[in-house]
Design a protein around this ligand. Structure first.
Ligand code: DAH
Length: 339
């Protein structure tokens, strides 16, 4: 039996194959259930006990040889196949399917870019905030409805720790760090306790702007916003400021732009009005300056805040807010060329 094994080892070492079918045939001949190695295993049961040790080792040796040989024949054939031209190694891997930037990132980048060209620098603040930065320092009265449970998310029922409901909190964060001149743009995510629908979501994105210096006037604000609107929506864009109210600005205004679809004639987008509301703004209330350690007898400032989803909707006519957070690649792919 030892001799038989020795002969088989020699035989195996001398094997060669032309193609995958021949390799498979060899595998069957030596290593399958009905193959040579298994046949030896069967005979092995009948040999006397004193021979078992040596024979067992030799059979294992044969099995290892056969496995190694057959695997190396298979590998060699694969290499030959590649080199033989079935696979073109010189072929360019392109077009590689590239990802796309998220539409909200595209719009945010565009807004930040426009304001950075006007000298605004980027500022950020935490999404988990305290009542002071979101409301009190922004001149919200204690009983202001925005603090209500219906709007604000509280963290672990703690009355003071909340998810910020607007990026105006970054105004306070900036003022407490820095004396004027201050000129910052603050993009970020905000949270409100709203039922999710096509028109509302429990989180969305805003960009806040703040400029504080000596002699800053409403005329400065208007000019900067006009330039922004024309950069964002085209040079023919007109703006309109309507009086409004925010606790942190006085006077306050809301700004409309001429309709991005009809240019002002009236269409379904602007519901016939010719105008679309895009942001809130105003002169920083002196009470806000004082609450944040800035001398309101020396300095004045303006602030504005806008929703990024709102601007994205006007630019791309996205009808359902939920699309922005569902990450459906068919939706995201539509912004391929906007990168
Ligand atoms: N914080 C306001 C909101 O969430 C937006 C806003 C309005 C920001 C007027 C401002 C501003 O800075 O001056 O609705």
């Amino acid at each position: 039996m030892i001799e038989r094994i020795q002969k088989l080892i020699e035989e195996v070492n001398a094997l060669h194959a032309q193609n995958a079918e021949e390799v498979e045939a060899l595998r069957i001949k030596y290593l399958s259930k009905k193959g040579e190695v298994n046949a030896l295993m069967n005979d092995f049961r009948t040999v006397p006990a004193e021979m078992k040790k040596e024979l067992g080792m030799r059979i294992n040796e044969l099995k290892a040889c056969a496995l190694e040989k057959i695997n190396s024949l298979r590998d060699a054939l694969q290499v030959a196949e590649v080199a033989g031209g079935d696979i073109d190694l010189t072929r360019t891997p392109y077009p590689v399917r590239l990802g796309t930037r998220h539409p909200l990132t595209l719009v945010k980048n565009e807004i930040v870019d426009i304001f950075s060209r006007l000298g605004f620098t980027l500022a950020e603040g935490p999404e988990v905030e305290d009542d002071w930065h979101v409301y009190s320092s922004m001149n919200f009265a204690d009983d202001h409805p925005a603090r209500d449970m219906q709007d604000t998310f509280f963290v672990e029922a703690h009355p003071d720790i909340i998810l910020r409901s607007h990026t105006s909190s970054v105004q306070a964060r900036t003022m407490e760090r820095q004396q004027p001149p201050i000129r910052v743009i603050c993009p970020g995510r905000v949270y409100r306790n709203e039922a999710i629908s096509a028109r509302a979501h429990c989180f969305f994105h805003q960009v806040e702007g703040l400029y504080i210096d000596k002699n800053v006037s409403f005329a400065d604000l208007k000019q900067v916003l006009l330039l922004f609107a024309q950069e964002m929506f085209g040079t023919d864009t007109k703006i309109r400021l309507r009086p409004s109210y925010f606790p942190f600005t006085e006077p306050s205004a809301e700004m409309d732009v001429s309709c991005t679809i009809c240019g002002g004639k009236g269409c379904s987008m602007c519901k016939g009005a010719g105008w679309l509301e895009i942001l809130g703004c105003g002169m920083v209330d002196p009470a806000v300056l004082e609450a944040n350690g800035i001398d309101s007898t020396q300095y004045t400032g303006y602030a504005f805040g806008m929703g990024i989803e709102r601007i994205a909707n006007l630019k791309y006519q996205v009808k359902d807010l939920r699309l922005f957070s569902e990450n459906d690649v068919r939706f995201l792919d539509e912004f391929q060329s906007a990168n």
